[in-house]
Design a protein around this ligand. Structure first.
Ligand code: ADP
Length: 192
């Protein structure tokens, strides 16, 4: 069976993580979230985690070589035998091309790229609220601003990359969580 990969796109605060967690069970595919992998590594105090943390705290991207190697290793694990839901990767054009190469090696492809769209004002409101609730170190005001800028400069070009491949489908992220989920699920089921 061909492996199926779903790339979830959306700005910080768009709700990718929330939705990816719910989609895992329904699709039988694991969520592979680079941010979570970095945070896990930091908790375990691995060399990778300590290196990544410097960039995360600043709101910048962790260097591509490190990120791509980590994803490559994760996608080779047995729970990813049928594919995965990618959350937070790729985040720039170089990562997107690396992913294409990697998936070719693994015998799979990106089947659909749902783009969860939320307007800027609402994103900022959500991230501030998340900072209060979860206390994530990179949810302070200055880092949030940097992450937004990094998203606009480096990640947004990927929308064009995937739109040109006919894979991008926009989802309205400003609905109730259940409604966003219903739209996502439908879009993914329809994809080949
Ligand atoms: P959010 O989507 O809310 O910004 P994440 O948990 O996905 O949060 O990412 C947090 C941080 O982890 C990013 O600001 C960045 O430093 C790092 N990171 C996550 N994914 C990548 C990636 N694909 N490439 C480089 N850095 C990444």
């Amino acid at each position: 069976m061909e492996k199926r990969y779903i790339v979830l796109m959306g700005a910080p605060g768009a709700g990718k993580g929330t939705q990816a967690k719910r989609l895992q069970d329904a699709l039988g595919l694991p969520q592979v979230a680079t941010g979570d992998l970095f945070r896990y590594n930091l908790k375990q105090k691995t060399e990778l985690g300590i290196l990544a943390n410097k960039y995360m705290d600043a709101g910048e991207l962790v260097p591509d070589s490190v990120t791509i190697a980590m994803v490559q290793e994760r996608l080779a694990q047995t729970d990813c035998a049928n594919g995965a839901i990618l959350d937070g990767f790729p985040r720039n054009p170089l990562q997107a091309e690396a992913l294409d190469d990697l998936l070719e090696e693994l015998g799979g492809r990106v089947v659909v790229v749902p783009y969860i769209h939320v307007n800027q004002e609402e994103l900022v409101r959500r991230l501030i609220k998340r900072a209060e609730l979860e206390g994530r170190a990179d949810d302070n005001e200055e880092t949030v601003r940097t992450r937004m800028r990094v998203y606009q400069e480096q990640t947004e070009p990927l929308l064009t990359y995937y739109r040109d491949k006919g894979l991008l489908v926009e989802i309205n992220g400003q609905q109730a969580i259940d409604d966003v989920y219903a739209d996502l699920h439908q879009v993914i089921q329809r994809a080949a």
